[in-house]
Ligand binder design. Structure first.
Ligand code: NDP
Length: 417
């Protein structure tokens, strides 16, 4: 099976490592903006795999560049692990060339000052009640096009979204008649020793965590100020951590796909030093996305900041500790109220030893391969645009165990108030 992977950053590197371990993928083309990264990875992995590895340069912002590459390589499936900015262009190219599409993050506009985009965004803020720059409406709008083409688009197969959504489908299938409350807890207990760095693409990461929070309750969104809601939780394998309520994309799809759900919240852990740095950068304008004139050049502050911060792909060697990511579900089974907690613990150093990347890239890259494999093998099939919780979770849960992200079900969890 011919797979085209677009992007060659932290998540892509892990996903490609894992694809090379899966005999389903017989030919893999690694294509990205900087082809030297693709070549270095292909050279490293070639001796370890029976898959034929090739590389290419592609500009994923350009439909023509993508179509030229896809026409030449003729992929069965395309895994988009570039940036959310490119989702729609890559989906368009997949439709043009008859390839299935898989990604790990929903569409986000790169230029949030574009008046045409803003008009649609402001209407959505008003109608839906949350102000995040990203949402599923853009990609769900491709439903008919993928149906007509007889192709599958699988959205959001990272860890969160991705595994957290599969955990939800698994809990509903095996543990509950109805799920009423979902708390998604994302804890990173890793320490990289830098005063400040982000664990994945700084631009995407900082835009996400500096935005308003929100949660789904009783059929509508409740929006909060950034970091307004704080809780503490004692995470297995990590210990006691502060965590903050954020808006997160899987809330939107789970609210649509999980019947009878009353509330969905997402919490992520942050240390005080991270928050102080982030607030300071925000206060001085370094998280801005609007170009500013500087000594005859135009500079986008957050892109300049990205150039100053450590490359997330370089954090692996120095990061120690574990992540613990999972979901606490409360609902009804056989008329009785119950709660369970499904989670995975991933060790940064073990992830590094296997792939050269830390656990944040690892926990995203492994499920990116799994979702791709399920689509490519036809185990998950159907024409249209799907979120992962719409398919049978069992094969995915088995592959998590098989490919390095084993999970635990705690039937007596401590709840979050
Ligand atoms: P990186 O910045 O490390 O990698 C992005 C890659 O995409 C780079 O190789 C970059 O090329 C390439 N790229 C960017 N723009 C283009 C373009 N126009 N054309 C071709 N290639 C391009 O990001 P990450 O690996 O950290 O993240 C990858 C994706 O995973 C993101 O969409 C992110 O949101 C998502 N993610 C999802 C998570 C989840 O749990 N669901 C968690 C973490 C991340 P170059 O090397 O030249 O810069």
């Amino acid at each position: 099976m011919k797979l085209l992977v677009i992007g060659c950053g932290g998540v892509a590197t892990v996903a490609i490592h894992k694809c090379c371990q899966n005999p389903l993928f017989t030919e893999i083309c690694i294509a990205s903006r900087t082809v030297s990264k693709c070549e270095a990875l292909a050279a490293k992995l070639a001796p370890t795999t029976s898959a034929k590895l090739t590389t290419a340069t592609v500009n994923a912002d350009s439909f023509d560049s993508l179509v030229a590459l896809m026409k030449e390589f003729q992929p069965h499936t395309v895994l988009n692990v570039a940036l959310p900015y490119q989702d729609l262009t890559i989906m368009d190219a997949c439709l043009e060339c008859g390839a299935n599409y898989v990604d790990t993050a929903n569409y986000e506009a790169e230029d949030t000052d574009d008046p045409e985009w803003r008009k649609i965004y402001e209407k959505r803020c008003e109608e839906k009640g949350f102000t995040a720059y990203f949402d599923y409406s853009w990609q769900w709008a491709y439903q008919e096009k993928f149906q007509k083409a007889g192709l599958t688009a699988l959205l959001g197969t990272g860890f969160d979204p991705g595994v957290t959504s599969v955990f939800t489908a698994y809990a509903l299938k095996h543990y509950f008649d109805e799920i009423h409350y979902i708390d998604i807890l994302d804890c990173n207990g890793g320490d990289h020793g830098y005063p400040f760095a982000t664990n994945f693409n700084p631009e995407i990461n900082l835009r996400e965590v500096s935005a308003n929070g929100s949660y789904w309750e009783d059929g509508h969104w409740v929006e909060t100020k950034p970091m307004e809601i704080k809780r503490e939780y004692n995470f297995d394998g990590v210990g006691q951590k502060d965590m903050y309520l954020l808006h997160h994309e899987e809330i939107e799809s789970l609210a649509k796909n999980i019947p009878n759900v009353k509330r969905i919240r997402f919490f992520m852990t942050f240390g005080q030093s991270y928050l102080t740095h982030m607030n300071c950068l925000q206060n001085v304008g370094m998280l801005g996305t609007t170009p500013v004139a500087f000594e005859g050049h135009e500079i986008v502050p957050i892109k300049f900041l990205k150039a100053l911060l450590p490359d997330p792909a370089s954090l692996g060697a120095r990061t120690v500790g574990k992540t613990n990511i999972g979901c606490i579900f409360t609902g009804i089974k056989d008329g009785k109220k119950k709660s369970i907690y499904i989670y995975n613990i991933c060790d940064h150093q073990e992830a590094y030893k296997e792939t050269g990347l830390q656990a944040i890239s690892y926990t995203t890259g492994v499920p990116a391969m799994i979702g791709t494999a399920l689509v490519a093998s036809g185990t998950w099939s159907g024409a249209g645009v799907f979120n992962v919780e719409e398919f049978d979770p069992d094969p995915y849960m088995d592959m998590l165990n098989q490919y390095g992200l084993p999970w635990v079900v705690d039937e007596n969890p401590v709840l979050v108030d």
